[in-house]
Design a protein around this ligand. Structure first.
Ligand SMILES: *[C@@H]1O[C@H](CO)[C@@H](O)[C@H](O)[C@H]1NC(C)=O
Ligand SMILES: *[C@@H]1O[C@H](CO)[C@@H](O)[C@H](O)[C@H]1NC(C)=O
Ligand SMILES: *[C@@H]1O[C@H](CO)[C@@H](O)[C@H](O)[C@H]1NC(C)=O
Ligand SMILES: [Zn+2]
Length: 291
């Protein structure tokens, strides 16, 4: 029964992630690696793509950008939160009670969260956004849709300002981050592509940095096909810390669609073109660094 369910899921996923000619998109292998995404998914070749390299010297301080108000992000018990290895990442579906209620022009409702990581060889980092060319160890994306303007994610996903993604970097800390213990130990239960489980307790707020006042903002896209240019990005400057052991488990547990270890699931930085990255804080030390 379980195998049958996995098989059906895998079938659905294969359908969802296959290109027109049935080829799966990948990050770095095969005919539809990231260099070739635009051939099947034209938006991937657009001028407002994500991720980007954030260059601190070129960021514009915008004191009018207020800290986001995150509603319903705290402890949830007796829930039924779907967690799946979709062959590209691990994704947890989030309930519509989680919302961004202040800080953006509209109200945005949470849909899902997932991670990007490295690990292909020792010391390989895997964040999608980079800062001054430096790649962090990993990156968390919390995806929301504009629920003031649209009925659901599908309706919003290809519209301007249809989506809002919050991005957080990970770095090594000296201690185990106990707010990640359940998440990390659940990974082996969704080891293979298409495997899923339901988690009953979730506290997303505790998985984020305490202080959310320092962030960057710019207009970009989904970082995976179909790469729609619909996303207002908020990239937080303060990283989340995980222990070496937690990072090692994150990087080595999941298997991709070909049953190979799923690693380096990140897209490389895209051209900024005419866009400007704004920051909520003053980059006070760049003058000093220049001297
Ligand atoms: C998860 O919960 C859904 C109902 O929300 C159920 O249909 C599904 O079978 C559950 N999956 C697992 C793996 O328990
Ligand atoms: C967050 O950090 C900033 C900069 O370090 C500081 O000014 C602010 O007071 C902090 N906020 C909280 C709630 O700790
Ligand atoms: C992946 O490999 C495992 C262990 O060898 C096997 O049980 C599983 O069926 C394989 N899954 C796929 C999708 O090939
Ligand atoms: Zn992502």
């Amino acid at each position: 029964m379980e195998l049958f369910v996995v098989f059906i899921l895998f079938g659905l996923l294969s359908f969802a992630f296959a290109g027109i000619d049935g080829v799966h998109w990948t990050y770095s292998e095969g005919a539809l690696d990231q260099i070739h995404w635009a051939e099947e998914y034209p938006a991937c070749g657009g001028r407002k793509q994500s991720p980007i390299d954030i260059q601190r010297r070129h960021v514009r301080h915008n004191p009018n950008m207020l800290e986001l108000e995150l509603t319903g992000y705290g402890e949830m018990t007796n829930g039924n939160f779907f967690m799946i290895n979709n062959g590209h990442t691990v994704q947890i579906n989030l309930p519509p009670t989680m919302m961004i209620t202040k800080g953006l022009a509209d109200r945005y409702t949470a849909v899902q969260m997932h991670l990007h990581w490295g690990g292909m060889n020792l010391e390989a980092s895997g964040s999608e956004h980079t800062v001054d060319g430096i790649r962090y160890i990993a990156e968390l994306h919390v995806v929301h849709y504009n629920s003031d303007k649209y009925k659901n994610f599908d309706e919003a996903k290809d519209k301007p300002n249809g989506l809002a993604v919050l991005a957080f970097f990970y770095e090594y800390g000296h201690f185990e981050n106990t707010y990640y213990s359940d998440f990390i130990s659940n990974l082996r239960k969704v080891r293979y592509t298409g495997q899923s489980m339901n988690i009953s307790r979730l506290n997303v707020r505790s998985m984020l940095p305490e202080n959310l006042s320092h962030f960057f903002r710019y207009d970009g896209s989904l970082t995976t096909p179909p790469c729609f240019e619909s996303t207002v990005w908020t990239v937080f400057d303060t990283p989340i810390t995980l222990s070496q052991n937690q990072i090692r488990i994150l990087e080595s547990t999941l298997m991709d669609m070909e049953n190979k270890t799923l690693w380096n699931d990140y897209r490389i930085a895209q051209p900024l073109n005419e866009r400007v990255v704004e920051s909520s804080f003053f980059q006070g030390n760049f003058l000093i660094r220049k001297l």
